[in-house]
Design a protein around this ligand. Structure first.
Ligand SMILES: [Zn+2]
Length: 854
């Protein structure tokens, strides 16, 4: 047997054996508690990067630990496989999206297998496979049946040259199409929506249950849902019967309204615009038509608005106020109109000042002056003024009183509003899950019957990136008989947002190969919820919110008996690489790939200019990536795993550092040498009474078990757990009892504790110790509390305050005993040498200081 640590030999060997023995298969249901460990599944781009490695290794350590701790573990993997890149590859290279995707999956699966992840590949899912999307379609029909899927007109990004709909990511920062370069227009299309707003309150409320989620993620979700409590008020339009409805969270300021703003798209806009303002208003609407919502509402952009000439009446005081339209008011949000209160709203103050609109104070701080001009908006609570019968009321109480008054008068009421809007799920794309509905002239919108599912994506579709939805061009596919009346009808040609595919995949893993039903209820209720979910913070809002929404809807449909999918969430940090930047260049050109830089003399090879060094998230464009396969070739995957776990706490960003990778490689080599040079034959049974060396080693062993178990419970502090492993290996190296059974206990414990982190080397060395069963099937070690008890302490001996040495004394000795041990010690004998002891100072458990005559 080779005696050198050779990762390249042992890693593939054990991966092969584990696969053959089926060790990572999900156990059948039994008496053991369950644990569901899940990484967010990847998009099959074709290449595994360090960010993936970090994510999956974290989950793998947890899965391996839980198995050793006696849980039956579900640890699956799959592919979020629909989406735009496959379609682009087809357009650019003529490869069919399915072929491109499955090739990438095959490649990434092989890369993943090299990481030694304890995954159950028999439960692999790919969202682009008809076996899977059949059930995505079935679930869509459940939403439709529940009244949670509906159609309405909504704006899309329209490329007028290519005559096609663009995704947001296909529109550049200047609002141009990525392909044709045309200025993108907004166009209204009838599209499908999911009514997530029906669940806004539940989604918000239940965040409180999620104790195992980072606060940051919960806050982001709460802000996205954006609940505000306030009032719905109606302002009559002068000269017409219509009223302008507004929502406000500050009804206490309603007497300070000096104007009303409509969204330019508001149906009342043309009506309230006076003939003399017609031309200016039309020009303004045209100007902002092409702008995205993000551009229109950006905080840092000046707000643009224009008078319509129309007037509205403040129903509270009968005052006539001008009606404007402005870019920052969106028709899709709220009522599509807002009231302007410049004295008490920062944005309104700025807008009114720029437009020369009046500013009227209606709330003042204590000692404030109701008539003094303001230099900025006063947004704090205070006392109501200039508000008729409400004068003198505190603004906090005024809110309720003013709403009550509006309700009595019939022009307003209390209302809760959410920022969350319904989920637009239609995509005018090919590589997605077809929406399973048929349009019939007589029967209307007809769901495809369950027995006809899946509606399969046709394979022979020409993808050019031009023209309408690719499926719309396939007459043979579109034309079908109506499932209700049998007359000629047409299929829906849009596909679903890929976020739908990923909103339920974690449920499918519980019964991944079921061809009869979406999942067996007993199985899904047994495995769910996911006990530990691990993934990137970029999914903090949409994916996690949609998954929670799906779970709640399916619970309400009786398909599940729980309503939160993920019990604990860990959002791992990014992997950053050493990055070279030329400060004299701008844009993408400023990044100089590390592959062309000499680290001992970092200059730009083009210009000779000195480069700046920094750490930045690994990416192709910065040329600062480290390929997982290179690290595996050089050091082995166990070293790579140890490094990503050791270098930073899991939720923090990690800076790639070659020296630290080397450090972990050396550590594994030390463990290798220590274990391979251990000789079991030399072990003699310890006598009943352990020697001091044995006691010290046992304490080190059980301290390691205790600390590592604690580090891996709750917050998963892998970095400190690896440090503890290193401490244990040092204790074994220094132990002066290599022939003791305690030493054997130490060697074995070290491998058991190492197993979740570096599974291959732990397995190899475990077998070299003479074991025949896998290290991964062993029980996690329990702490022997008695081994932790310290029975001796180190006592410092000082003469005249100066430390002269230390002695070992029994723990728990009293002051008199400590003084006696110290006085009798060689140190005291040597330094006192017959001088008169004037005083002895004893600090229990720490030191004894002798004050002697000079
Ligand atoms: Zn019909």
């Amino acid at each position: 047997m080779e005696s050198r640590y050779n990762a390249a030999e042992i890693e593939p060997k054990w991966q092969q054996q584990w696969q053959e023995s089926g060790i990572d298969k999900t156990p059948e249901r039994n008496n053991q508690p369950k644990f569901y460990a899940l990484s967010m599944f990847p998009y099959p781009s074709g290449n595994l990067h360090m960010g993936h490695v970090r994510n999956y290794v974290i989950t793998d350590v947890i899965a391996r630990l839980k198995r050793m701790q006696g849980y039956r573990v579900l640890h699956p993997m799959g592919w979020d496989a629909f989406g735009l890149p496959a379609e682009n590859a087809a357009i650019d290279r003529g490869v069919p999206p399915a072929k491109w995707t499955y090739q990438n999956i095959a490649q990434m699966r092989e890369q993943l297998k090299q990481l030694g992840l304890s995954l159950d590949w028999e439960r692999e899912v790919a969202t682009c496979s008809p076996d899977y999307y059949k059930w995505t379609q079935w679930l869509f029909l459940q939403f439709l049946d529940a009244g949670l899927a509906y159609q309405k007109e909504a704006a899309v990004n329209w490329d007028p040259i290519d005559q096609t709909v663009l995704a947001n990511e296909q529109v550049d920062s200047e609002g141009r199409s990525w392909r044709s370069g045309a200025i993108v227009e907004r166009k209204l299309l009838k599209q499908w929506f999911f009514k997530i707003t029906d669940y806004a309150e539940k989604l918000l409320e239940d965040l409180d249950q999620l104790e195992g989620w980072p606060e940051r993620v919960k806050t982001m979700q709460a802000n996205w849902i954006g609940k505000s409590v306030g009032a719905y008020l109606e302002f009559p339009v002068v000269g017409f019967d219509e009223k302008i409805a507004v929502f406000t969270t500050r009804p206490d300021t309603v007497y300070g309204v000096t104007y009303v703003v409509l969204a330019p798209e508001h149906p009342l806009t043309p009506k309230v615009t006076t003939p003399e303002r017609q031309e200016a208003v039309s020009a303004f609407i045209e100007e902002i038509q092409g702008e995205s919502e993000i551009e229109r509402t950006a905080e840092d952009k000046p707000k643009r608005g224009i008078l319509t000439g129309g007037k509205a009446i403040n129903p509270f005081n009968g005052e006539e106020v001008p009606i404007l339209i402005a870019d920052y008011v969106l028709y899709e949000y709220g009522t599509g109109a807002v009231m302007g209160v410049p004295a008490h709203d920062t944005r309104d103050f700025k807008f009114a000042t720029e437009k020369g609109l009046p500013i009227k104070t209606v709330i003042i701080p204590p000692d404030g002056d109701a008539n003094a001009p303001l230099s900025e908006a006063y947004t704090e609570p205070g006392t109501i003024v200039n508000s008729e019968q409400f004068d003198g009321t505190l603004s906090v109480e005024g809110k309720t009183k003013i709403i009550e008054y509006a309700e009595q008068q019939g022009y307003g009421k209390a209302r809760v509003q959410y920022r969350l809007r319904d989920w637009l799920i239609s995509r005018q794309r090919y590589w997605g899950c077809p929406i399973p509905v048929i349009y019939c002239d007589d029967c209307g919108t007809v769901p495809v019957p369950d027995t006809d599912l899946p509606v399969e994506l046709p394979e022979s579709v020409e993808l050019s990136g031009r023209g309408g939805s690719p499926l719309a061009q396939l007459d043979s596919w579109i034309n079908v008989d109506c499932p209700c009346c049998g007359k000629a009808a047409k299929r829906e040609t849009d596909t679903m947002d890929t976020f739908i595919d990923s909103s339920w995949y974690y449920l499918r893993y519980s019964d991944a190969n079921n061809s009869e039903i979406v999942f067996d209820r007993d199985k899904v209720n047994d495995w769910m919820p996911v006990d530990q979910y691990v993934g990137g913070i970029e999914h903090a809002i949409l994916h996690l919110l949609y998954s929670r929404f799906f779970t709640k809807v399916l619970r309400d449909r009786g398909l599940l008996n729980f309503d939160e999918p993920f019990k604990r969430l860990l959002t791992q940090g990014m992997v950053q690489g050493l990055t070279y930047m030329n400060p004299n260049k701008s844009g993408k050109d400023k990044w100089v790939p590390s592959s062309i830089v000499d680290p001992s003399n970092p200059v730009d090879p083009d210009t000779g200019e000195a480069l700046e060094l920094l750490y930045a998230t690994m990416s192709k464009s910065k040329g600062n990536g480290v390929a997982p396969e290179d690290v595996i070739t050089q050091y082995g995957v166990d070293t790579a795993r140890m490094f990503v776990l050791f270098k930073a706490p899991p939720e923090k960003d990690l800076e790639w550092d070659e020296a630290d990778v080397e450090g972990q490689f050396r550590f594994l080599n030390r463990v290798w040498t220590m274990v391979t040079s251990f000789d079991r034959a030399k072990i003699t049974k310890s006598s009943q009474e352990l020697s001091k060396a044995e006691k010290d080693l046992r304490r080190a062993i059980h301290t390691a078990i205790k600390e590592i178990t604690e580090d891996l419970t709750g917050d998963y502090q892998f970095n400190t757990a690896v440090s503890e492993l290193m401490k244990l290996s040092n204790a074994l190296k220094d132990a002066k009892c290599e022939t003791s059974s305690v030493y054997q206990e130490g060697i074995e414990t070290c491998l058991l504790l190492l197993a979740p982190f570096a599974p291959h080397i732990a397995e190899e060395l475990w077998h070299r110790l003479g074991n025949t069963e896998s290290v991964h099937k062993q029980q996690w070690r329990e702490v022997d509390e008695s081994a932790l008890v310290v029975d001796e302490i180190t006592l410092v001996v000082q003469i005249m305050g100066k430390t002269r040495g230390t002695i070992q004394v029994p723990a728990g000795s009293d002051k008199a005993a400590l003084e006696k041990y110290a006085t009798e010690s060689d140190i005291a004998q040597k330094y006192i040498q017959g001088k008169e002891i004037k005083k002895v100072i004893v600090v229990p458990n720490k030191l004894v200081n002798f004050v002697v005559a000079k």
